[in-house]
Design a protein around this ligand. Structure first.
Ligand code: G1P
Length: 297
């Protein structure tokens, strides 16, 4: 029987240059979708999927993430004194629930390298990798859907989504045989192929259930032409030794790593909120950009 997936790794050492100046003094993982930082969506997904041991791979300037998942005695005392019980519970939920460890990536040498630095913390057990940029609204949670496949097939499982052909060069792309609806056995995988080289339009999105043999495979993986160690290339190496699977995620994914995707996610999650949906929808329907431009003149 497959071992339980208890640990979830969150690579969070990126510089967030796409969101400058907002990310000059603040990590991009802390940008909010409505009122919750992006990274918290991923952490809540891990917890709801049964992985309650969180490993954050950070870099310079990421202290705000550590503070966010730590107890804030001052804030709790203040909220308690003011009788703001609901907010207090919300704040406590964040720091109570999780067992978090931090490891520094040091140099930005790619996703494969970020996974490699967690080797000692992960140890000899299966684990999840969650790329916080990909925020997925799904029930059951995306990672849970993957762990179900992992427990059945006892091999690494990658999250898959069909993407438009013109977008394949932004993703790891798989060549695979669909063994039953939504579950694939991977024949090959290639990192960010051109449209012509891509073996399909089945993209790896930011969730992985991995086994500890990925570590030696990554160690043997050469840097690519940009000087980074790619997780996709490590998996390609591991594929020589064991079957690897794909699981098409049933849910709604937002790529908050680019501006348009981020804005869409903000609107989506605001419309999912009972306290905001009505008035926000009215506002969106009534936006008159002509007037807005006029007002600026
Ligand atoms: C990474 C991976 C890529 C994957 C993508 C999913 O790329 O290298 O294989 O498809 O995440 O979001 P990045 O988006 O970090 O460039």
């Amino acid at each position: 029987m497959a071992q339980k997936v208890r640990k979830a790794v969150f690579p969070a050492a990126g510089l967030g240059t796409r969101f400058l100046p907002a990310t000059k003094a603040q990590p991009k993982e802390m940008l909010p979708l409505v009122d919750k930082p992006i990274i918290q969506y991923g952490v809540e997904e891990a917890l709801a999927s049964g992985a309650d041991n969180i490993i954050l791979v950070t870099g310079r300037g990421k202290n705000a993430i550590e503070d966010h998942f730590d107890v804030s005695v001052e804030l709790e005392t203040f909220l308690e004194a003011r009788g703001k019980t609901e907010l207090l519970n919300e704040i406590r939920k964040i720091s109570n629930l999780i067992n978090v460890s931090y490891v520094r990536q040091g140099e930005p040498l790619g996703l494969g390298h970020a996974v490699l630095v967690t080797r000692t913390l992960v140890g000899p057990e299966p684990f999840a990798v969650i790329l916080g940029d990909d925020v997925i609204d799904a029930n059951p949670p995306a990672l849970r859907q993957m762990i179900d496949v992992f427990e059945e097939l006892d091999g690494p499982v990658l999250a898959i989504e069909e993407v438009p052909k013109q977008d394949v060069s932004a993703y790891g792309i798989i060549d695979a045989e669909e063994v039953r609806p939504g579950v694939y056995r991977i024949r090959d995988l290639v990192e960010k192929p051109t449209r012509d080289e891509a073996p399909s339009n089945l993209a790896i999105i930011g969730r992985y259930v991995l086994t500890p043999d990925i570590f030696p495979a990554l160690e043997e993986t050469a840097k690519d032409r940009t000087g980074e160690i790619q997780l996709t290339n490590g998996l390609r190496r591991l594929l020589r030794e064991r079957p690897i699977y794909g699981c098409r995620i049933d849910g709604v994914r937002h790529d908050t790593g680019n501006k348009l995707g981020f804005l869409r996610a903000v609107v989506y999650f605001a419309l999912r909120r009972p306290d905001l949906a009505g008035p926000f929808r009215d506002y969106l329907r009534g936006i008159d950009l002509g007037q807005a431009t006029g007002a600026r003149r």
